[in-house]
Write a protein that binds this ligand. Sequence first.
Ligand SMILES: [Zn+2]
Length: 251
Amino acid sequence: MVYCLFSFILGIFMGSFLNVCIYRIPKGESVVYPPSKCPNCGNRIKWYHNIPLLSYFLLKGKCAYCGERISPLYPAVEFLTGLLTALLFCKFSLSFSFFYYLILVYYLIVVSFIDIKTMEVPVKLSYFALLLGILLSPFFGLSQLKESVLGASFGAGVILFIIETYFVFTGKEGMGYGDANIMAVVGAFLGWEKVLLTLFVASAVGALYGLLTLKKREAALPFGPFLAVGALVSLFWGDRIINWYLGGFTP
Ligand SMILES: [Zn+2]
């Protein structure tokens, strides 16, 4: 319990770094240097104004120098990162699995928020995550390398197939190639079965969201966040869901 809380606190600090990634990667800037500045007044943000979650509330969501409003997305990303880090730690405790899946979770957070902000999925970041997913998989045993490569190919392949099919029938692009990259990463980390589960959950959540917000079908919707939700469900409860589903077919 104490460790879960500790991992939450560690997580919100990582969330602070993920915010920097979300903000800078689309601009092609370095994520380590220079230190953060207020985008409005250009003043350097002091460390005591940069304590995850806490500072946002102490500063009442405003820059300490010029009073410019700080987006609530920043504390939201910090909280979400803290929560998912703690959940992952509670599931895997201090193990290789914990660190391995942490890479996937952090990738999904960064990619989702960049997709929401810019409607783009950063290519280099996806390839980097894909590489890590495949190259680190043999630490689970050499046979996992095959699973990982198979999962990645399957993930990308399914999305490319959907893009092509959708294009043939409607003349429009449904999903983007960025979504294929996301699913390649998901497949590399979670394997091909969870690629299917991820797509299933993502479509269900996406459809529900579409119904609730009554988004017009023409309005482009970033699909990355839905894929991320699907992948997280698959990561945390996938084994249980798949066993339950397969169990339904055994006499
Ligand atoms: Zn300012």
